[in-house]
Design a protein around this ligand. Structure first.
Ligand SMILES: Nc1ncnc2c1ncn2[C@@H]1O[C@H](COP(=O)(O)OP(=O)(O)OP(=O)(O)O)[C@@H](O)[C@H]1O
Length: 685
């Protein structure tokens, strides 16, 4: 196979990558110069990896061509994938519904100045050790391999799957200083050297390149960047809260498939430059430090997530998929520095947890392969919760994502123990089988997907608010035309919560030159009259509410209400009794007065003591003057009328109280009192 060069030759540029990948060639990454120390017999480029297979028969992989373009920085030669019909054919073809295979594992050997020790024999997909045996992988990248080549072999495929509707995860794993960050982010991302751009940027370029040539779909791309430092999750894109420990929440509706980092910043990107701007910004916040093996060692696990939201231009259907790019912190032996030791303990602990999870999943997968699915020996508990790292990777490792792991190794003798560990990790991961279904498409606003819903919900809210603003503008215009006077509406809440301010009403008040004003005044008055009439009618309606209707309402009330009514009615009954005795007295007094009125004027001997109402009969009968007598009679008559009025009112009150009593009875025993719906005549007083 022809080596991939940093600046591809023109014929490579125009040549389909897939056609290169499918041609059996010598692995460019295993230079013959290494054959003196390693076994390079049978070095042939595999026809195309490897463990994964697509259940559908139509198999189209990435077919993009290369081009070399200058970026804004003229010193940096950046390679992106230019549009070509072959690309569009690749991902516009009918996507597969299911992906089955295993985790793809590639090994990357770091170049070293010294000779690679004799203890290894390296082939295209195998590393052999005299003591530890053979470790089989999907791909072994030799020290000559550059990031672009690695991207072709493992990265482009993941991006293609992302566009096919799968989630995809790429994990860089290896000991400190072995080249994980170099692989993921390239050389000197922090000092803009960028001679050898990393997988993240290459994936980003490819993603944006793909979106540009696809006229059938619209794309939204966001990026998030977090680190797990000393078991705390930090948002690397939030400079203010970058040290806040973000919480994890289980949410199956999430695009990634179940674990949601609460409050994690997502930045929308228009192109790859913007995406890389955020990545570089995040890198500045990432915790680094000097270790025995690496002058700028990443002290945290970092996960960049690129979310691709695809909207079908014709149907409006929406789908979200995530590409997770993980640059793990490196495993290391204890160091003298206290700070590094503490970090190292956290790193090692979480890597151990990841190793355990991988190991268990691997055993489980082997069990399945051996037909032991369901057997308790193989279906053990997977301890995802042992670390934040495994928790975050849980959705990816448990079947929500296609996973590729690049294990970086440092071939120096002194790192051999770590190298063996890494190889073991890689070969276990390779055993893990995946069966991933393509993310279903969400139809428009009825999306069931959490993240889509969020996006759509936001769009819907924006539309709703824009409509509201328009509506409110109309209301303001209408109100202004109606020339609201005297601030009658000030402070009132109008439709949709619009509060009319004093200023806006002033505006209306001050405009007296409107020719329609008189007409509007009349119309206003008519409307007010109408309201009054309606209010009266409503009043009448409530007064005329029949007792039978009330009974129906009472029947609907819960039984406990009966108890409350009972207490209330007992009070009312006692009031009735008091009123009754009072009205009895009044009646007697009235009778007495009526009798007196009917009798001839008494003489002085018949003088009665002063009445309790303050009218002294004595005073009356001493008078001889007829006019005065008439006055007295008149006053007596008035008094009688008053008392009769009072009696009438009492009568009504008793009537109401009795009605309440009946309601009480019915609510306590609704069935038996159904028949008794007629109003009883009030007690004759
Ligand atoms: N394939 C490679 N080619 C050239 N240089 C490399 C390669 N891999 C790593 N290096 C160099 O080795 C050093 C350590 O690499 P890097 O920081 O990527 O390691 P790491 O695995 O991320 O370590 P840590 O876990 O400590 O962060 C860097 O200076 C890097 O440029």
């Amino acid at each position: 196979m022809q080596p991939y060069k940093t600046t591809p030759s023109p014929n490579i540029r125009r040549q389909s990558i897939m056609s290169q990948l499918n041609t059996p060639k010598t692995n460019p990454c295993l230079s013959p110069s290494l054959s003196t120390v390693s076994s390079f017999s049978n070095l042939r480029r595999p026809s195309r990896p490897r463990s994964a297979s697509i259940s559908s028969t139509t198999s189209n992989n990435s077919t993009s061509s290369l081009t070399s373009v200058s970026t804004t920085s003229s010193t940096i030669k950046r390679r992106i994938f230019s549009p070509s019909s072959s690309i569009s054919n690749a991902y516009l073809s009918k996507p597969h519904q299911r992906y089955t295979g295993t985790i793809t594992v590639a090994i990357r050997i770091k170049p070293i100045t010294e000779m690679i020790p004799q203890w290894t024999a390296i082939t295209q997909d195998k590393i052999s050790h005299p003591d530890h045996g053979d470790f089989k992988f999907d791909q072994v990248f030799g020290p000559q391999c550059d990031n672009l080549n690695i991207f072709h072999q493992v990265g482009a495929d993941l991006v293609d799957k992302l566009f096919d509707g799968f989630n995809a995860t790429l994990i860089a794993y290896g000991m400190t200083g072995s080249g994980k960050t170099y692989t993921m982010l390239g050389e000197g991302i922090n000092n803009n050297i960028n001679n050898n751009i990393g997988i993240v940027e290459l994936c980003g370029s490819y993603i944006f390149d793909k979106t540009q040539i696809d006229l059938d779909n619209k794309y939204n791309i966001t990026v998030s960047y977090l680190e797990i430092y000393n078991e705390k999750i930090h948002d690397l894109l939030d400079v203010v809260k970058k040290n806040e420990d973000l919480k994890l929440r289980s949410d199956p509706a999430q695009v990634g498939g179940g674990i949601h980092v609460v409050g994690l910043t997502e930045k929308r990107c228009q192109d790859c430059n913007e995406l890389m701007k955020w990545v570089k910004m995040g890198e500045l916040s990432r915790k680094t430090g000097k270790t025995d093996y690496n002058t700028r060692s990443s002290r945290s696990h970092a996960i960049i997530q690129i979310k691709l939201i695809t909207t079908d231009s014709f149907t409006g259907n929406i789908r979200s998929n995530i590409l997770s790019l993980c640059d793990l912190a490196g495993s290391e032996r204890a160091t003298a520095q206290l700070e590094r030791r503490k970090e190292g303990a956290y790193i090692n602990k979480s890597l151990l947890a990841l190793g355990t999870v991988i190991s268990k999943l691997s055993v489980e997968s082997n069990g399945k392969d051996n037909g032991n699915v369901g057997s308790s020996s193989v279906m053990g508990h997977i301890p995802y919760r042992d670390s934040k790292l495994t928790r975050l990777l849980q959705p990816s490792l448990s079947g929500n994502s296609i996973v590729t792991t690049i294990c970086t190794i440092d071939p120096r003798r002194e790192a051999s123990a770590e190298t063996i560990n890494t190889l073991r990790f890689g070969s276990r991961a390779k055993n893990i089988s995946l069966s991933i279904s393509r993310k279903s498409i969400n139809t428009g606003l009825a999306s069931g997907n959490g993240a889509n819903t969020n996006e759509l919900e936001k769009d819907r809210k924006i539309k709703e608010l824009a409509n509201l603003v328009k509506e409110q503008e109309h209301i303001i215009r209408d109100l202004t035309q109606e020339k609201i006077q005297g601030g009658g509406y000030v402070g009132q809440t109008l439709p949709h919560g619009l509060m009319l301010s004093r200023e806006s009403t002033m505006l209306c008040e001050n405009d007296f030159n409107d020719p329609n004003r008189e007409f509007l005044d009349i119309e206003n008055k008519l409307l007010k009259d109408k309201i009054n009439n309606f209010e009266k009618l409503l009043d009448k309606d409530s007064r005329e509410l029949q007792d039978t209707q009330v009974v129906e309402i009472v029947d609907m009330l819960p039984l406990e209400v009966g108890g409350l009514l009972e207490t209330k009615v007992q009070g009312l009954e006692s009031e009735i009794r008091q009123y009754k005795s009072y009205t009895d007295q009044l009646e007697k007094k009235l009778l007495k007065l009526q009798l007196k009125q009917a009798q001839p004027l008494p003489n002085q001997r018949d003088v009665s003591p002063m009445d309790s109402d303050g009218i002294s009969p004595t005073a009356e009968f001493n008078l001889t003057d007829t006019k005065e007598l008439e006055d007295i009679i008149q006053r007596k008559e008035n008094k009688i009328n008053d008392l009769q009025d009072m009696l009438y009112r009492k009568d009504k009150m008793i009537e109401a109280l009795q009605s309440a009593k009946r309601l009480r009875d019915r609510s306590l025993n609704p069935r038996s009192s159904h028949s008794d719906t007629q109003l009883q005549t009030p007690t004759k007083l």
